[in-house]
Design a protein around this ligand. Structure first.
Ligand code: HEM
Length: 462
């Protein structure tokens, strides 16, 4: 592919072969932040691949909403097809559309509402094993919790026993899958040590998934959950989904549906622990609205600050920190030609910290979302769930889950950071804390909570 040099957007690394690949692999967050200093549309060459980095909400909207059919998922996700298969995240075209329509009902508002109880119940179960004064890695705790919730709500499967091992495998797959140098240049079938390890982890997870699928098939029960829907759906010609298709959709939902929500919560706990005023405001709202009882779906509308804590955490630490596409048709973007085969990258990490949309963007200020702030900024100045037809299918599920978990746990515990434990972002396929978030659990008694010594009068006053 040849382009006239003046038709490729200017960018700092064009021509420096290899340099940008190293930067992309080692410090992608810094690299994208630096790229943005060169403008809203920046040309970048990663080895022989020409890519355009767009940093303006309008241009991002044009790619995701305006012309989604001209783009497929980016190279890294495509290189991970041996993990995700033809699941929702990586499939394309008519096949993707058919699967999306199939899976969508499991995420309808009414359906999701039924998951709320499970989310709260599992959060309470996690706390049963906690003791005040104990030290924990809250990221690991959130990972286990969200994995169990996805398994129970979507597949009616209890993975409590396997949660820790499955979580570690999925985490490893996401981390190794995001190694740009490996995924782009070493095909997954080459028997390198890393590829063999990936294969082992995939087999381990597949065994658990096939166990869940086979048990359900053997029982013949239709429990009305997503797995039953996928098992019973028939094509026009009467054929059903193969085991491989079922495996691809389930592994995708496990992967896409737990680490992202867990990370959004881990970052929220970390930010709250450093911002006592926000933490106090959160506690105040929870105590006033819930009076110490467990939250339910009906409480969500009355917990705006709690929701804003999640929104603001995902602004500063978006679990999906960047999106990538490859043009499958020629297109023009911001006055520059995007030729078939070229990559387009967008980074929530950068746009969410842009001073054009956010005042003091580095500060954690949940209150910035009060009133009509979200309506006053451009649509794609905040896009933690992507946008357009490929927008996250679990968007409402995740927001409800994160808010309910935060509300359940923050009523009973204040999480204090373990001094000197480094909390640093690792930009793998998701953005997670590289060494976890180590905390000391400090119990708290919600104002108005029903305690054995409290009189009935005091409770009703709450
Ligand atoms: C805070 C939590 C979450 C975040 C930040 C998040 C983010 C995203 C983003 C940005 C995309 C679009 C990717 C792209 O356009 O390339 C996406 C897609 C997807 N997400 Fe999520 N997600 C979250 C939670 C969930 C949950 C809970 C589930 C399921 C239980 C889920 C399942 C999916 C699936 C299946 C896709 C692919 C959808 C398609 O292409 O049709 N996600 N997610």
């Amino acid at each position: 592919m040849w382009f006239r040099r003046d038709k490729f957007p200017p960018g700092p690394y064009t021509g420096l072969k290899g340099w940008s690949l190293r930067a992309l692999s080692q410090s992608p967050l810094e690299m994208f932040a630096e790229l943005a200093r060169h403008g809203d549309i920046v040309g970048i060459r990663v080895v022989n691949f020409r890519n355009i980095f767009v940093n303006h909400p309008g241009l991002i909207e044009e790619v995701l909403v305006g012309h989604p059919r001209r783009y497929y998922k980016g190279r890294v996700l495509r290189a991970n097809r041996h993990v995700f298969g033809e699941g929702l995240l990586t499939s394309e075209g008519d096949f993707w559309l058919r699967q999306r329509r199939l899976v969508q009902p499991a995420f309808h508002r009414a359906r999701i509402a039924a998951y709320a109880e499970t989310m709260v119940e599992y959060a309470q179960r996690v706390m049963e094993s906690w003791r005040a004064g104990e030290e924990r890695d809250v990221h690991q705790e959130m990972m286990r919790l969200t994995l169990q919730i996805v398994a129970k709500t979507l597949f009616n499967a209890d993975v409590t026993r396997d949660a820790s091992d499955v979580g570690k495998s999925l985490e490893l797959l996401l981390e190794l899958g995001a190694d740009f140098r490996r995924t782009l240049f070493v095909p997954h079938w080459v028997p390198t040590l890393t590829n063999l390890r990936i294969k082992r982890e995939i087999t381990f997870i597949e065994n658990i998934l096939y166990r869940i699928i086979n048990e359900r098939r053997a029982s013949g029960r239709d429990t009305g959950d997503l797995l039953s829907m996928l098992l019973h759906v028939q094509d026009e010609d009467g054929s059903r989904m193969t085991d491989k298709q079922l495996r691809d959709e389930t592994i995708t939902l496990f992967l896409a549906g737990h680490e992202t929500t867990a990370s959004s919560l881990s970052w929220a706990w970390w930010l709250l622990a450093q911002n006592p005023a926000a933490e106090a405001k959160l506690h105040g709202e929870l105590d006033e609205v819930l009076c110490g009882r467990a939250p339910s779906i009906d409480d969500l509308a009355r917990l705006p600050y709690t929701a804003n804590v999640i929104t603001e955490s995902m602004r500063l630490y978006p679990p999906a920190w960047g999106l990538a596409r490859i043009a499958v048709e020629d297109h023009e973007l911001g006055g520059y030609p995007v030729k078939k085969g070229m990559g387009v990258a967008m980074a929530q990490w950068v746009v969410h910290r842009d001073t054009r949309w956010y005042d003091k963007p580095e500060e954690f200020r949940p209150e910035r979302w009060e009133g009509d702030f979200a309506k006053r900024i451009p649509r794609f100045a905040y896009f933690p769930f992507g946008g357009g037809p490929r927008q996250c299918i679990g968007n409402s599920f995740a927001l409800m889950e994160a808010t309910l978990i935060l509300a359940t746990i923050a009523q009973r515990y204040r999480l204090r950071l373990v001094p000197y434990h480094p909390v640093v972002p690792l930009a793998s396929i998701t953005l997670r804390p590289r060494y976890g978030v180590r905390v000391v659990l400090e119990s708290r008694q919600p104002r108005g909570a029903r305690s054995p010594v409290q009189s009935k009068q005091a409770v009703s006053a709450c």
